[in-house]
Design a protein. Sequence first.
Length: 161
Amino acid sequence: MQDAITSVINSSDVQGKYLDSSAMEKLKGYFATGELRVRAATTISSNAATIVKEAVAKSLLYSDSTRPGGNMYTTRRYAACIRDMDYFLRYATYAMLAGDPSILDERVLNGLKETYNSLGVPIGRTTDSIQAMKEVTASLVGADAGKEMGVYFDYICSGLS
Ligand SMILES: CCC1=C(C)/C(=C/C2=NC(=C\c3[nH]c(/C=C4\NC(=O)[C@H](C)[C@H]4CC)c(C)c3CCC(=O)O)/C(CCC(=O)O)=C2C)NC1=O
């Protein structure tokens, strides 16, 4: 896993150079938003269950996914879906804190599309529910932090598509 700092330092190190001005700008932007990130992560962690519940209500509840024949039908599968939503939220929050998406590649997206395809988990529905979670999260943490979280929710969606 990388973060905004290691990723900038690593790319300077490969070239055997000190950080140039664009690398410094990246770090400055990251440090300037540090408090915003920590505050958003605190809000998200204390409201995680509500965020997931509202996102599911917005996107999946009463859809054909929860009816007989749907991929969320039966409590076991419903629970697996809720659990997956909670994984997406938690890992997007880690990535937002780190300012880098690599943790998503390593711990969430690696093999996920193949797993979903083999189990018949509908990917379009999943990305719709992640988009709903993006909106719910933004309404809770505010526009700036919401935009930052949006980067990582979108990253998960494009990794699944
Ligand atoms: C931390 C990283 C991590 C992720 C991301 C993860 C995902 C993950 N979701 C799974 C299943 C599942 N995922 C879903 C999800 C859904 N079905 C829908 O219709 C909805 C659209 C959607 C919820 C948004 C369902 C229903 C299953 C169970 C499918 C089945 O067993 O038939 C499985 C198969 C094994 C299992 O059932 O636990 C994995 C590995 N596991 C991990 O360790």
